[in-house]
Design a protein around this ligand. Structure first.
Ligand SMILES: Nc1ncnc2c1ncn2[C@@H]1O[C@H](COP(=O)(O)OP(=O)(O)O)[C@@H](O)[C@H]1O
Ligand SMILES: [Mg+2]
Length: 467
């Protein structure tokens, strides 16, 4: 018998004789029927024996007792399919009240109201119970066959309802499962698209860096030589000029002491050549040229760092916190008039890195943050922390923010929005290269007019194969 085949019936009636009657009608265990069974078995074989409608009948003699049996049956997961309920029971609940209680606990239960006369009109009863499709009325005195047929039909109805609800559940479950699968698939797809976009971006960035790196290395190498001799020559020239100066002074005073026409001619020539101006201007020109070539030298050095031609540095375990502090000291004058510094540090473990390069990254970020401030004094917040196998540093400023269309260019070499002389546009591309070399990541979030956050993540331990 399948689980759905429920033959359990509950009879609730205060009259014991009614229970007797129902038992006879619904459970006629007569020898006759046993004989009949045997004959059928002989004729059709045990398997082909048609199933006789068997009922399991429980008795309760009042509404409360009936409810108790129903609750117990539910707890044992052997629910009743059908209840016959007498309408008029003088002690305790009447039929209508009993049915209300039964349905509160088991809305599936099919119910037959048995009555000879009613305290309610039928309309009133149906209205009160609000469940016309689960309720039949059986008027006393009743026919045996009527009761049997009701029981049979209502048990089948219970089973069909149960099966339909199980199938509904199953379908709902399937739909939920499918929906979840679709959702998962779509999330996976989105993630893949995002990853791809990010990878593409990184690829473009690292290709740009690689080709620019080679170019920069070549240019730096080529320029380094002339810079060397130009600045050395300027130094020498400065020296030579300083040697010549007393000579000019000597010529001048001797010329004046000569007197006469030669003194006048000497003076005229001196004026025509603007000797006084030249003597004043030449050292100035030399100084400016020295400064200029010094700047070129700095840019070439940045270029060299950027292209990583300088490989002398050593990987070592270093304390990032110390690096941050010393870097802040170096740039203190840059920050002093622009922003207040807020430090929000967590203790950091030593990390395996190229310390001077990491310092350079921090310096670039902090200087950029200071330069992003408007006329009003702002705040720069430095945060650090550990997450899994990484440490992170955040530089948060309350500066100008970066427009969305600029955001994708800021890591490009030579991209700058600053006036000539203030920005080279190398800071961030350099930093990007350094962080990538460490197997880390650098991210930026920015809101125009509100500020910018740069976040650098660095692995604590280097996986050298990847470097
Ligand atoms: N904290 C920041 N706030 C606003 N803009 C920034 C910030 N950091 C970088 N930028 C933008 O990114 C550009 C590139 O920065 P960077 O590579 O350091 O070069 P530079 O500072 O020499 O211009 C800057 O010119 C600026 O437009
Ligand atoms: Mg910069």
């Amino acid at each position: 018998m399948s689980e759905l085949s429920n033959r359990r019936i509950l009879l609730i009636d205060d009259m014991p004789s009614i229970h007797e009657d129902f038992r006879k009608i619904l459970m006629p265990a007569t020898p006759q029927s046993v004989e009949l069974d045997e004959m059928e078995a002989a004729l059709f074989g045990a398997q082909a024996r048609p199933e006789r409608p068997l009922f399991e009948l429980d008795s309760a003699y009042g509404g409360e007792e009936g409810l108790g049996k129903l609750i117990q049956a539910l707890q044992e997961q052997r629910p009743y399919a059908l209840a016959f309920v007498d309408m008029r029971m003088p002690d305790g609940w009447d039929g209508a009240k009993t049915i209300e209680h039964l349905w509160q606990h088991d809305p599936q239960l099919q119910v037959v109201v048995c009555t000879a006369y009613s305290d309610y009109s039928w309309d009133e009863l149906l209205d009160r119970l609000q469940a016309h499709d689960r309720l039949l009325i059986l008027k006393k005195p009743f026919d045996n066959i009527e009761v049997q047929q009701m029981a049979n039909t209502l048990l089948t109805k219970w089973q069909m309802t149960e099966r339909a609800s199980l199938q509904m559940h199953h379908l709902e479950h399937l739909v939920d499962q499918r929906t979840a699968q679709f959702k998962q698939a779509s999330e996976d797809l989105q993630r893949e698209i995002d990853e791809r976009k990010q990878l593409e971006g990184q690829l473009v960035q690292s290709e740009k860096l690689a080709s620019l790196g080679q170019l920069a290395a070549g240019v730096a190498h080529e320029i380094n030589n002339p810079i060397g001799f130009i600045s050395s020559n300027l130094g020498t020239l400065d020296g030579y000029f300083n040697q010549l100066r007393p000579l000019f002074d000597a010529y001048h005073s001797i010329g004046q002491s000569l007197g006469g026409e030669s003194a006048v001619r000497l003076q005229q020539q001196r004026e025509a050549a603007e000797l006084d101006f030249l003597l004043e201007d030449i050292p100035l020109l030399i100084r400016e040229s020295k400064e200029g070539i010094g700047r070129v030298g700095q840019i070439v050095k940045d270029l060299k760092d950027f292209s990583r031609v300088d490989t002398q540095q050593q990987w070592q375990w270093a304390n990032l916190q110390q690096g941050i502090e010393s870097t802040l000291n170096i740039v203190a004058s840059e920050l002093k008039y622009k922003a207040d510094l807020v430090k929000d540090y967590q203790p950091l473990p030593d990390i395996e890195c190229l310390p001077s390069q990491i310092n350079q990254v921090i310096m670039n970020l902090v200087v950029n943050a200071a330069q992003a401030m408007g006329p009003e004094r702002g705040t720069i917040t430095l945060r650090t922390g550990v997450e899994g196998d990484n440490v992170w540093i955040e530089v948060v400023d309350t500066g100008s923010g970066i427009p969305a269309d600029t955001l994708q260019k800021i890591f490009d070499p030579f991209f700058t929005t600053k006036p000539v002389g203030q920005g080279t546009g190398l800071g961030l591309s350099l930093s990007y290269g350094i962080v990538k070399k460490h197997g880390g990541d650098i991210q930026v979030r920015s809101e125009l007019g509100v500020g910018t956050t740069f976040r650098v993540e660095l692995p604590i331990r280097q996986n050298r194969l990847a470097v």
